[in-house]
Design a protein around this ligand. Structure first.
Ligand code: PHE
Ligand code: ZN
Length: 876
């Protein structure tokens, strides 16, 4: 541990900045180990900050300070104070020009924050607090400034980019070249970007609704130039969608996207110059899976949408992060839903939320979507801020309706354009535009934890009245023992005996949104002839857990009949969860395991239902993941979960083999690849069938997998075949296929990442021994987060079986890797440690072993702020 404990930052301590920066002029002379940065800041006392002229405090980390001058007069070292993470300069005038020169070392910057080198390309990452690793600056989002940036570089880095418009270029006397960019929009430093490299580009254009012509460019290394089409198409779709759905146009003459191989996150919305993790932008049919195509579409959309929800209107402070992220995830989810299958998109998002965000919300790092405190803000780029934040925005949308929501967003953008604002401002705009009261709803921003709804019902035959009683509760979370009731929109329908929706009111609506506000509330429905079956929380109208004592028969009924597609799927999941729960109990008691024929029959019916969207069939057939079963357990018994799940999978595979084969053969069409929703759905189901068939490990099934592996003309089919061969084929076949695949694709970074994760995620081949060997492979690179995520992250997060080995070796391994990574890239280390922070969720020995590994990390000496925060909070 550091000598001084890292300090906690509190929302309640927020104060407006003492000084503003009207203009920021930057000048870079790029050198791998010694880049010179000169800045000229026009500084002004903030009129809102009160009287007097306190010292100007600037943030700065890992900078070599060369000189400071005020209004052209150089300061000597005694004139200012160097702080551990910054600079304090005395001030004598309300307005002045500050000039600073400093040096930085991009080549040795492995944290990938600030200015760094990826392969041979310079690039920056400034969110949240990376700009302070470039130069001394008030690095906070409520200081907004107009940036002008000059980049000087040797000729082997011909492409020099920054935000805004290019205003000048030329040669310097020493043979280097320079380019100057000017961004007309004031922005916080976290949206600054610079790129320099030997890059190629694809170019296109977009005409906005008001007729402005925008140049669109995607930059990559030459070898990837053929992998930009899908991102470009997605970008144009996103631009059109934001005009149509939100009335928002793009505001500069040029929009640039750059792909980089070394990146901590998915992508970054820098003004006019988005920087993307290569994996989130590059795709071609031969090299990218359907999942990758869809991910790219949504992330390109996400970053583009930030231009309004994030850049034009930004965050006052980092506690407000969900203001831009929750809203923007909601926007990108709707974009994807509009362009593809809405139901399937919703199912995918809710699966992720329930598996991963619910676990976070019940764990040691649980925080509200607007946290009250943090030690390291990078640790708060979480599923809670992003995905739960999006659910909260979605609930507002549900409460106000599409039109009301649009009125609210129009008012929000109009009121706050060019400003740095708070979540409160967002909610207020929604309220004011609709004249509604969201006072109680605001608790979603301040209270952590997943609410639970306990639902009971009764039917009064003589009166024809059906009553639903809903009780809400929420467990304590760190720092919050008592929770006040939430305002929860609960969308419901009632099914009659024949499975059709009953009328719920005089207007004849068959679906309504109940407004749950009390701890317990009774909702009455009258005029009913028979006791209905409730379909609760349709479309997952709130991020909560619903408990209603459905019998398996009722779940089967909902799975067949519910008018709400999401709830059909949800019923199938509950049914499977019940089965997995029973099997775990039987396993613990040493009883014989068996699966109810009714479950198998239900799957058979779904599998044979050719009217149903094949993607939905695939989703229903997909058993809840081990991670989700674990999240639903009170005390995780890893072995029982694995045994139970494997048993059900095998039972389904054996019983329905013929049906799987039939659908597989019907769907195994050879047609040119297109990543459209219909084709994706067909491939999805086809590969689900293949996977189930191979569970039986019969020769017939593996022959199909082998031939698919050999002839596949797209990466979805090829990777799916490889996955089943790895998991169910004989060792020889598996090894040959693994090396054959590598030989074919070794020069393609994205495919190699997939190849690595297929092995690390495999319950059969992803043994600790093989993982360690994989880390010695030339394709692995500890300094590259994608590779780390593929191998170590895949093992810890998605290889439930090998990670949970009873000897605790998986936990110790993760602890070792986390410690090694912390020296290179603290953000990645702090993320990778998460799988071993959930020890309280486990039973017995495994909990002890996991805690032990975590304790060892804690005891091992100097940790980064990032890792310290996660580890120390998880040991409490
Ligand atoms: N703001 C980025 C996004 O959500 C995420 C990001 C955060 C990227 C921090 C890099 C660093 O689009
Ligand atoms: Zn974002």
């Amino acid at each position: 541990m550091k000598d001084s404990q890292p300090k906690t930052i509190y929302l309640k301590d927020y104060q407006v900045p003492d000084y503003l920066v009207d203009t920021t002029k930057l000048h870079f002379e790029l050198e791998p180990k010694a880049t010179l940065v000169k800045s000229r800041l026009s500084i002004r006392r903030n009129p809102q900050a009160g009287a007097g002229l306190p010292p100007l405090v600037l943030d700065g980390v890992e900078l070599e300070l060369l000189s400071v001058a005020v209004d052209g007069v150089p300061l000597s070292a005694e004139d200012y104070q160097v702080l551990p993470e910054g600079l304090s300069i005395p001030v004598s005038k309300a307005e002045f020009l500050l000039e600073i020169q400093n040096r930085i070392n991009p080549e040795d910057n492995t944290s990938l924050e600030g200015l760094y080198l990826s392969n041979d390309m310079y690039c920056t990452q400034c969110e949240a607090e990376g700009f302070r690793k470039i130069t001394f600056y008030p690095d906070r989002p409520d200081v907004m400034s107009k940036f002008t940036t000059t980049i000087v570089a040797p000729m082997d880095h011909p492409v020099l980019l920054s935000n805004g418009n290019e205003i000048e270029r030329g040669r310097s006397e020493d043979g280097r070249q320079f380019v100057t960019w000017e961004d007309p929009f004031a922005k916080p430093a976290y949206l600054f970007a610079l790129v320099a490299g030997d890059l190629e580009q694809v170019e296109d254009s977009f005409t906005t609704a008001s007729g402005r012509n925008v140049k669109l460019q995607i930059f990559t290394e030459a070898k990837n130039i053929g992998k930009c089409d899908h991102a470009m198409r997605s970008l144009k779709n996103a631009m059109r969608w934001d005009e149509e759905v939100y009335g928002r146009e793009y505001d500069l003459d040029i929009f640039m996207v750059v792909a980089v191989d070394h990146f901590n996150m998915g992508a970054m919305e820098n003004k006019g110059l988005n920087i993307f993790n290569s994996a989130c932008v590059l795709a071609s049919p031969e090299t990218a899976t359907d999942t990758a195509f869809q991910r790219i579409e949504s992330i390109v959309g996400h970053e583009y949408f930030h231009n309004w929800s994030g850049n034009r209107v930004t965050c006052r402070d980092w506690f407000q992060l969900s203001l831009k992220e929750g809203f923007t995830v909601f926007r990108d989810a709707e974009f994807s839903a509009d362009l593809n299958s809405r139901a399937v998109k919703r199912i995918e998002d809710v699966s992720l939320l329930r598996t991963t965000q619910f676990a976070e919300d019940a764990g040691p790092m649980a925080h509200p979507i607007r946290p009250d405190s943090y030690i390291e803000i990078s640790n708060f780029y979480t599923l809670t801020i992003y995905e739960k934040g999006a659910e909260v925005v979605r609930m507002i949308h549900t409460l106000l309706g599409a039109e009301g929501f649009r009125k609210g967003s129009d008012l929000y953008f109009e009121r706050h354009d060019g400003c740095a604002v708070t979540c409160e401002d967002f909610v207020k705009a929604m309220e004011d535009a609709n004249q509604v009261d969201l006072q109680q709803f605001r608790r979603w921003y301040s209270q952590a934890g997943t609410p639970v709804l306990d639902v009971t019902d009764s039917f009064d035959q003589s009166e024809g009245i059906y009553r639903l009683t809903i009780r809400q509760s929420c467990l304590p979370s760190p720092g919050q023992t008592e929770k006040l009731p939430f305002h929860i929109p609960v969308r419901v329908g009632l099914l009659g005996n024949d499975g059709t929706d009953l009328a719920l009111n005089e207007q004849g609506d068959t679906e309504i949104v109940l407004q749950l506000k009390e701890t317990e509330q009774v909702f009455e429905f009258s005029g009913l002839a028979e006791k209905p079956l409730p379909s609760l929380l349709r479309g997952f109208s709130a991020p909560v857990k619903v408990r209603y004592n459905y019998s398996n028969e009722q779940l089967l009924f909902l799975m067949r009949k519910d008018a709400d597609t999401f709830n059909r799927w949800d019923a199938s999941q509950r049914l499977a969860l019940n089965a997995l729960c029973d099997l775990q109990a039987a396993f613990r008691k040493g009883e014989a395991l068996k699966v109810q024929p009714s479950l198998i029959n239900a799957y058979r019916e779904v599998l044979q239902d050719t009217d149903l969207d094949p993607a939905l069939v695939a989703e229903i057939l997909q058993l809840p993941s081990e991670q989700f079963v674990a999240e639903e357990s009170v005390a995780v018994d890893a072995e029982a979960i694995i045994v139970a799940r494997e048993f059900v999978r095998k039972a389904i595979a054996v019983e329905l083999f013929a049906e799987f084969r039939k659908r597989y053969l019907e769907l195994n069409l050879s047609k040119p690849y297109s990543p459209n929703a219909i084709d994706i759905a067909q491939r999805r189901l086809k590969n689900t069938c293949l996977s189930y068939m191979c569970v039986t490990e019969t020769e017939e099934a593996l022959e199909l997998a082998k031939s698919q592996f050999e002839v596949a003309a797209n990466m979805t089919d090829s990777a799916a075949a490889l996955a089943v061969i790895i998991n169910y084929g004989e060792d020889r076949l598996a090894e040959d296929s693994i090396s054959q695949f590598y030989q074919r694709w070794e020069s393609d970074t994205q495919v190699v990442e997939l190849w690595l994760s297929q092995q690390s995620c495999s319950p059969k081949r992803g043994t600790l021994e093989n993982i360690i060997a994989l880390m010695q492979h030339p394709a692995f690179e500890m300094k590259n987060p994608n590779k780390v995520r593929s191998v170590i992250g895949g093992f810890a997060n998605r290889n439930f079986k090998q990670f949970h080995k009873s000897d605790g070796s998986g936990f110790e391994f993760v602890a070792d890797q986390v410690l090694a990574l912390d020296k290179l890239n603290p953000q990645i280390a702090a993320r990778l440690v998460i799988p071993i922070t959930r020890w309280k969720k486990y039973s017995g020995d495994l909990a002890e072993k996991m805690r032990g590994a975590l304790q060892r990390v804690s005891d091992s000496g100097e940790l980064s702020k990032d890792l310290f925060e996660v580890v120390s909070k998880s040991l409490l």
